[in-house]
Design a protein around this ligand. Structure first.
Ligand SMILES: [Zn+2]
Length: 429
């Protein structure tokens, strides 16, 4: 129960990838992980715990075993810090009668209808003028109060609303921020930010700001068997990975968690899972430990990567959407995701390794396959395993209403994914 409460707070406070990384680093700091900077020389201790941030939206934490020897493997797990939401455009003010709306674009695949009539706020990073050309001042911001709303259209004005209505991203879902007279509209949003940050509006050069659902995480169901919350995809996995590496006990291998940004828009960014950075980081770790690049490649060949992202849970109202024999249900354990087109990474040996691990630690699991006439959504596994050709499996907790403003997972599955991550980083080979 204490674990669930902590998880709720993590979700509530992780309102943009920037804050996912901020909150993750604070947990790692408390657990004794040392923050490293890539451009410095390192001296890594055997038994040491470290982490490194990448552009404030990605993070890598690793532990070097106390007795690392020549036959080590890398045990790596990845999750993603981003989630579908609206992003505020530059010059966002739009006036309609006395209303001020914000011009936004959608980030990732959103269930747009779920964003109507919610308490919405803003979270992200603002870049400020500085004395140094190549070093702007960057500050994080989370407004934390209901700042906007996207009101539905009344049913009386839209009689077809329950028969499937098209929602246009440019005109139907612009949030209302306030009321103002014509003369006040110039720099209305920038002025608000400046006031909130206690800086001059002229010093605000740019921003990366997301609109988030302020609804808090809550337990639901007769026996609290469900967790409903915004951002469960993929912060449930991020949280589990952090618990896993903090509580790991193996002292022979190198353990790493990778919290990547930009999975929802295809991974191909400097801080996404397609980035060269993961390889560069591993090379630097190996070099610092007195091992060469070829040794890294040899170790990689026998290593194991878990790509942890949520899976489509069986939805009782839509049985026809699911495979006849391989569905994932809430509270029945971690889903092993299988797709013959390799939109999920796996091979049979890798799945066997995972099953043995689950069975040894009594962690429930289920195999998930899409219908043969449906296409799997993309995730990180195939991208990571082409950059780092180690055995990789895509897994995750089953989730209802994926990419909705509020998603639903099983309470027992939180325990299962945390225990699986702890087991992965602790099991004897
Ligand atoms: Zn995801």
């Amino acid at each position: 129960m204490i674990q669930t409460e902590k998880f709720y707070r993590f979700l509530d406070n992780s309102t943009s990838p920037f804050f996912v990384i901020k909150n993750s680093s604070e947990i790692l700091d408390k657990a004794g992980f040392k923050c490293l900077s890539f451009e410095e020389d390192w001296s890594l201790q055997k038994g040491g715990s470290y982490y490194i941030k990448l552009y404030d939206t990605a993070l890598f934490a690793f532990r070097v075993g106390k007795s690392v020897s020549d036959d080590i493997i890398l045990r790596m797990a990845a999750a993603h810090t981003d989630f579908p939401s609206f992003r505020v455009k530059p010059n966002p003010e739009m006036r309609e009668k006395g209303y001020i709306r914000l011009n936004t674009e959608s980030y990732g695949g959103m269930v747009l209808s779920s964003w109507f009539d919610r308490p919405l706020s803003i979270s992200g990073k603002v870049s400020l003028r500085s004395e140094q050309l190549f070093l702007p001042k960057e500050v994080l911001i989370d407004i934390k109060k209901p700042l906007m709303v996207i009101p539905n259209l009344a049913i009386h004005l839209n009689r077809e609303v329950n028969n499937g209505v098209e929602i246009n991203k440019q005109k139907d879902v612009l949030p209302i921020l306030g009321m103002a007279d014509d003369e006040d509209i110039h720099n209305y949003f920038k002025n608000y930010l400046a006031q909130h940050l206690n800086v001059s509006a002229e010093d605000i050069l740019d921003y990366d700001l997301f609109i988030y659902n302020l609804d808090k995480a809550y337990p639901a169901g007769v026996s609290d068997e469900f967790i409903c919350a915004p951002r469960l995809d993929d912060l449930s996995s991020v949280y589990a990975l952090i618990q896993g590496i903090i509580n790991q006990v193996d002292d022979k291998d190198i353990h790493m968690i990778c919290l990547f940004d930009n999975e929802e828009i295809g991974n191909r960014t400097k801080q996404g899972s397609a980035s060269l950075f993961t390889t560069m980081l591993l090379e630097k770790i190996f070099q610092t430990l007195g091992k060469g690049r070829m040794e890294l490649y040899e170790v990689l060949h026998r290593s194991f990567i878990l790509s942890v992202d949520v899976a489509q849970a069986y939805h009782p109202n839509y049985p026809a959407k699911f495979d006849p024999t391989n569905t994932a249900e809430l509270n029945k354990g971690v889903a092993i995701k299988i797709d013959t087109a390799q939109r999920y990474a796996y091979d049979t040996g890798a799945i066997a390794i995972l099953q043995q691990l689950c069975e040894e630690y009594k962690i429930p699991y289920q195999k998930f396959v899409n219908r043969s006439d449906a296409t799997a959504g993309g995730t990180m596994g195939p991208v990571i395993s082409t950059q780092l050709p180690a055995r990789t499996v895509d897994i995750g907790v089953p989730l209802l209403a994926m990419h909705s403003a509020v998603e639903t997972m099983g309470t027992k599955d939180l325990d299962s994914i945390i225990r699986l991550m702890e087991a992965f980083f602790s099991a004897e080979r």
